[in-house]
Design a binder for this molecule. Structure first.
Ligand code: HXC
Length: 510
């Protein structure tokens, strides 16, 4: 018995070394942690339980039968984050470059199936060179098995991917089907085909960073939700995100203790909106003053900044926030901001996270670039997502709610549950200047008349009251009481039950 225990200890030690000391040192030289170091940071202390530590590949081509490393390039298992169970797999770049073999894929699939069966979030840490080249088609089959399980788990358990090194070829599509992708600045990159192939096919000279670094995916392509400075920050922020998320689509949102009273008033909000309707203000200020203890986890902070999306809490319970940002492009809805918000709304609806929408939107962005880029379809995504969502939906119009964008931004007409407006709200088909220039075109050139028409239009339509008279707005509220109103509305809607008609699935305009 003693011998066998010693053997186990020895085998564990060997497995835990991954690709060996030299490769681990190289990993550190590159500013990256090893797979096991990452897991230690991500999970609660001593909570990690590893599975399949001794799994080895079965490849016999290219001399691989003499080149086996226990674990086969991926560390898998489960543990806890602030006491709540998560499943995870972490690619080990020190073992065959973290590349995916048939057995490596089987290890991931086992964890995916356990996470889905037991209804807990799954987190993947990526740092790998794609398909195990020596295995060829067996690796392709393995990817397919992983992808399929990503799809089956979508909308049932939260799936989170963190890109912490190379993520190329077959490795990109599993993260792409998860709910959130985070990247580490400077050390991670994602692309379907690398710079060499790009050069051969399109003759473009491009570096890995220019092709698929965090500076591309968190800012331009929106593939990544956020980029963090280093491995440590990324892992700590994932822990923070997990605290906001329910374990699965049938469990309640987590409730954290808070000393921040639901009826806290914020007098400073009464002066947030400037007197001049064309002057911007920072919508983050409203969000930060409404959420518990100013704690807001922003999603896609660096992409389509004209809309803000992210998680906060009210009275300890998670809420998803969507807010137009007047500081950027006056908060206009364009293709990118519509897509960004639509995906966020759908995530919240999948996981029964109530939605709070702050509206200050001058409409949809005009122009050929937008129309050629499919603004109609992208805008429709957001409209569709809001209309379809059955979670509690609370809307507060702080200033402009013009045109079609008024309808889209969780209006009463698409099943907004509680719709508030601040006294500064302007709910109208368009701004006064544009409206007057159309309906009083004959008076253009007569400055006095135009000024009179504009003043009349502003008085009649640039207020919350026309909408309130029709019941499109439930109440015009004091800005300082916004947190209290939303907290109360969330209580009111706690047992909301709405079902959409049966269908196999919808056909959202993709
Ligand atoms: C087997 C691999 C590997 C792979 C890396 N290694 N990628 N082994 N299969 N795909 C091994 C290397 O042989 C090396 O082993 C170790 O990992 C580290 O690799 P290096 O090249 O020394 O590291 P680095 O210079 O940092 O370059 C990293 C890299 C590069 C950019 C990821 O290794 C690379 O380009 N790899 C190949 C990428 C690729 O083309 N993958 C296949 C994509 S096709 P030693 O023993 O020296 O430490 C694909 C199709 C699937 O994925 C599609 C499904 C839908």
């Amino acid at each position: 018995m003693k011998d066998i225990i010693e053997q186990l200890t020895l085998r564990r030690e060997v497995a835990r070394l991954g690709g060996g000391e030299a490769r681990n040192a190289k990993q550190h030289e590159r500013g990256k942690l090893t797979a096991r170091e990452r897991i230690e940071l991500l999970l609660d202390e001593n909570s990690f339980e590893e599975f399949d530590m001794f799994v080895q590949h079965r490849c016999t081509d290219f001399g691989m039968e003499d080149n086996k490393i226990p674990g086969d390039g991926v560390v898998t298992g489960w543990g806890t984050i602030n006491g709540r169970v998560v499943y995870l797999f972490a690619k080990d770049f020190t073992v065959f470059g973290g590349s995916l073999s048939e057995t490596h894929a089987q290890k991931i699939v086992k964890i995916q199936e356990m996470a889905l069966r037991n209804r807990s979030p799954i987190i993947g840490l990526f740092d790998a060179g794609g398909a195990r080249i020596q295995e060829g088609v067996a690796a392709l089959g393995g990817y397919g098995e992983v992808f399929f399980r990503n799809v089956m788990a979508s909308g049932v358990i939260p799936q989170i991917s963190v890109i912490m090194g190379p993520c190329a070829g077959g490795d990109v599509y599993s993260p792409a089907m998860t709910d959130f992708i985070f990247m580490v600045k400077d050390t991670s990159y994602m692309f379907v085909t690398g710079p060499d192939v790009v050069k051969t096919v399109t003759n473009e000279d491009v570096t890995a960073e220019e092709l698929g670094g965090a500076s591309v995916h968190a800012v331009k392509s929106s593939i990544a939700d956020t980029a963090f400075e280093n491995d440590v920050e990324a892992l700590l922020q994932v822990r923070r995100l997990v605290d906001f998320l329910p374990a699965c689509n049938t469990s309640d949102v987590p409730e954290l203790p808070t000393s921040d009273a639901g009826d806290r008033v914020e007098i400073s909000l009464d002066t947030l909106v400037p007197e001049n309707p064309n002057q911007p203000y920072d919508m983050h200020e409203l969000i930060n003053k409404v959420v518990d203890e100013g704690d807001f986890f922003e999603i896609q902070e660096a992409f389509a900044k004209n809309i803000i999306t992210g998680f906060g809490r009210l009275e300890g319970r998670t809420v998803g926030f969507v807010a137009n940002q007047p500081m950027v492009l006056a908060g206009v809805l364009d293709s990118d901001s519509s897509r960004k918000a639509a995906r966020f709304v759908r995530f919240c609806d999948c996981f029964s996270i109530p939605l709070v929408t702050f509206v200050d939107v001058p409409g949809f962005l005009p122009g050929t670039a937008q129309e050629y880029g499919g603004l109609i379809k992208h805008g429709a995504k957001l409209l569709f997502a809001y209309a379809q969502a059955t979670v509690p939906k609370i809307t507060v119009i702080t200033r402009k709610a013009y045109g079609g964008a008024y309808d889209v931004m969780s209006s009463k007409h698409i099943r907004g549950d509680v719709n508030y407006a601040w006294p500064s709200a302007e709910i109208a088909v368009m701004g006064a200047k544009g409206a007057v220039e159309i309906i009083f075109r004959k008076d253009i050139g007569n400055d006095e008349k135009i000024a009179e028409h504009t003043a009349n239009y502003e008085k009649r339509f640039c207020s919350p009251f026309v909408a309130a008279e029709r019941g499109y707005i439930d109440e015009v509220i004091m800005p300082h009481s916004t947190r209290r109103r939303i907290s109360r509305a969330l209580h009111l809607l706690a047992n909301k039950t709405v079902e959409n008609p049966w269908r196999k699935h919808d056909n959202i305009p993709l």
